[in-house]
Write a new protein. Structure first.
Length: 436
């Protein structure tokens, strides 16, 4: 049984951000159990908390950015990697600016400080994700695979390949992630850029405060005005970034991770896959189904009943911006008796109605305590592209276009096996519930 951990006391670091160059101070503080990793922007009139978790990812342009509304914290990956390596579950990180200090562009300073502060166990058990079935993300020749392996540790392999850059070439590194391995082999690996990339960034006014002595700027001959700390320092730093980004899943991950040429965007895509898979496992354990909303909870929200309730479960909700639901189509549906007896096809108007019901569940989150109900107002751009027949699983999605005090507008799609069956833009009027 592994217990959650926080730090024993407080500690701080200071410096300039890698990209923005602003002076910033960071204070690490212990946090109560089940807090998670939370950044707090204390430079604002009203401090803003930003939890280091997948839904708060807002950017990945050469760095990982987290946000809460219009407030952001940039370049968090090295700090997160040190926290993950030390198995720190709960911590408050107060920051006086929009970007964490870069130090020597590695994770070493963060790791050394946190280790020096020391750790203490807390009462609850850790939240884990044991990889039991393969997950993967692929973009061109870059990929990450999460595969079953040991159920009590994480093994990582990274394959970096720069065939046009002889000073880097192909580098591979593999290890089991432990505090000792991270400290000795990964923490000191620094950020690297090709000389052409560094010139492009500085031409845009980014990173003008740093030089080739502060990080690895690499040309055909190797590092400019610098030297490698490891012969394969580039792949080791890529692994540090990967560890930091995957920690945004909010779980300790056990199994095997195989990465090839991945960057922050792909790392974060895998973190989201793990985050979603972990939530699905939680729902199955708690409710006996993978649904975020099962039919019992749907009936508490929607007024529809048999034979007109056309959503079986909700499998994804992203705030009040997007929702995904499922309708399993069987031959026992009442409408197949007359549409058509010899060639059963689900009426297009009912597919549109199913999309509208999923949209209603999306807006119901915002309307739950307002006394209002979403009632269909209009439909535009309705297209029926594929016949839906018995045995099909209709995957219904709705994305918010506009949500105002009296109206709501969303884009809806229906798919079968990844093929578009129908689409429409639907508008709702938000009216008082008692007037219905």
């Amino acid at each position: 049984m592994k217990l959650q951990k926080t730090i024993k006391g407080e500690g701080q670091v200071a410096g300039k951000g890698l990209f923005g160059g602003q002076d910033v101070q960071v204070i690490f503080k212990p946090a109560p159990e089940d807090t998670g990793v939370v950044f707090v922007r204390t430079d604002l009139r009203d401090p803003v908390r930003i939890k280091a978790i997948v839904p708060n990812i807002t950017g990945q342009d050469r760095k990982t950015t987290l946000g809460n509304g219009k407030v952001h914290i940039n370049t968090v990956e090295h700090c997160l990697a040190a926290l993950a390596a030390l198995e720190i579950d709960n911590i408050i990180i107060e920051v006086t600016g929009p970007e964490l200090p870069a130090a020597d562009t590695s994770a070493a300073e963060y790791f050394a400080l946190l280790k020096q502060i020391g750790l203490r166990d807390q009462t609850p058990q850790i939240r884990t994700f044991v990889i039991t079935e393969p997950l993967f993300v692929v973009q061109g020749d870059a990929s990450i695979y999460a595969l079953p392996g040991a159920r009590d540790r994480l093994e990582i392999s990274y394959d970096l390949d720069y065939p046009q850059e002889p000073a880097i070439g192909r580098q591979m590194y593999a290890c089991e992630l432990t505090p000792e391995v991270f400290e000795e082999n990964l923490a000191a690996a620094r950020t690297f850029l090709l000389e052409s990339e560094a010139k492009q960034l500085q031409a845009r006014g980014i990173g003008k405060h740093i030089s080739a002595r502060d990080l690895l700027v690499i040309n055909a001959e190797g590092p400019i005005k610098n030297r490698y700390r490891f012969p394969n320092e580039c792949v080791r730093h890529k692994m540090v970034d990967l560890i930091g980004d995957l920690s945004l899943s909010g779980r300790r991950i056990y199994g095997r991770i195989l990465a090839r040429k991945s960057g922050h965007a792909l790392n974060q895509a895998m973190a989201k896959k793990i985050f979603d898979a972990a939530l699905r496992m939680d729902r199955i354990e708690q409710f006996g189904t993978d649904a975020i909303l099962d039919i019992r909870r749907i009936q508490k929200i929607l007024p529809h009943r048999y034979p007109f309730l056309l959503v079986d479960k909700i499998i994804q909700i992203d705030g009040d911006t997007r929702i995904v639901g499922v309708k399993n189509v069987t031959f026992n549906e009442l409408f197949f008796q007359g549409h058509f007896p010899g060639t059963p096809i689900m009426p297009g108007v009912l597919i549109v109605e199913a999309m509208a019901q999923v949209s209603g569940l999306l807006f119901a989150q915002r309307l739950e305590h307002t006394g209002k109900l979403a009632v269909l107002l209009s439909m535009d751009g309705v297209k029926l592209r594929k016949a839906v027949v018995p045995g099909d699983q209709l995957v219904l999605s709705a994305e918010t276009i506009r949500l105002r005090r009296r109206t709501a507008h969303c884009k809806c799609m229906a798919h079968v096996d990844g093929v578009t069956a129908a689409e429409a833009e639907i508008k709702f009027m938000l009216i008082d519930d008692e007037k219905v």
